[in-house]
Ligand binder design. Structure first.
Ligand code: HEM
Length: 240
């Protein structure tokens, strides 16, 4: 009798825990956002990234890592290396570099087969963003993979951290906190092999203040080359 009672309660508790986990997975993740970012050294690529973990479910995070040249200033455009690690439940995910949807570079990505597809977008309204040529991406030969639990990309971006604002060029501060946002959907883009695919609308975006200063790299250009990158014209915001 006591055993039956115990098992019944145990089963009820497991059920309750599962339903809490499920509702948290679909709850507004913005409420989970914390401030700042910590330094993360990636032994695979050699970059030191500023890292922020966006809580996706009770047990999984989207990890956003940004590395910048230590010489970068708020006075001129600079490249970044962006590394994002995403649980397979995410159909597409995107970073908004000024923390909102409209009029800032949007880095959109999704898994297709054994690689991530990167898509540069821009929105002028709260509807499907169009392609954006002001930011260019080059995936490195390291730090890109898809496995049974996650997909991950590592890419140089020129133009993610500088763009035309309504009154002149805006440069994301390489030495301080910047408000970023991550938008995502559990649904995949309709044509995942094409980076111009249309994408389904997202759930509630997550916001945080990302401290870029912990991802300053003295040997940035050298590390890009060592990881298969070809960009030798850092800083002009357009070349790759
Ligand atoms: C099919 C594509 C998309 C549609 C239809 C869409 C639609 C919308 C709508 C209707 C809102 C307003 C929500 C509200 O006020 O409650 C919104 C907000 C937002 N979206 Fe999107 N979105 C799309 C793609 C994206 C992408 C690709 C990103 C980023 C990579 C993004 C980032 C954001 C952010 C950060 C907000 C909140 C801040 C703001 O309102 O600007 N969206 N979106």
């Amino acid at each position: 009798m006591r055993i039956t009672f115990g098992i019944t309660w145990a089963a009820a508790l497991v059920g309750l825990a599962n339903s809490v986990a499920q509702s948290l997975a679909f709850a507004k993740p913005a409420e989970n956002a914390r401030a700042a970012a910590a330094a993360y050294y990636d032994s695979e690529t050699g970059f030191t990234f500023s890292e922020y973990k966006v809580a996706y479910t009770l047990t999984s995070n989207v990890v956003v890592r940004i590395a910048a040249p230590s010489t970068a200033t708020s006075g001129s455009a600079y490249p970044v290396v962006l590394q994002v690690v995403v649980p397979n439940g995410v159909g597409w995910g995107g970073i908004a570099w000024a923390g909102n949807m409209i009029k800032n570079p949007l880095t959109v990505a999704w898994a297709n087969g054994n690689a991530a597809v990167l898509s540069s977008r821009w929105a002028t309204s709260h509807s499907t963003p169009t392609m954006y040529t002001g930011a260019t991406y080059e995936k490195l030969t390291t730090g890109n993979r898809v496995n049974g639990t996650h997909w991950q990309f590592t890419a140089v971006c020129n133009g993610c951290t500088s763009y035309a604002g309504s009154s002149g060029t805006i440069i994301v501060n390489p030495k301080g906190n910047n408000r970023l946002a991550f938008a995502f959907s559990a649904s995949k883009p309709s044509s995942p092999s094409s980076n111009t695919s249309s994408i389904p609308v997202h759930d509630s975006p997550v916001y945080w203040n990302h401290d870029f200063s912990s991802g300053a790299n003295a040997n940035f250009a050298d590390l890009v080359t060592r990881n298969g990158g070809h960009n030798n014209e850092f800083g002009n915001g357009t070349s790759l």
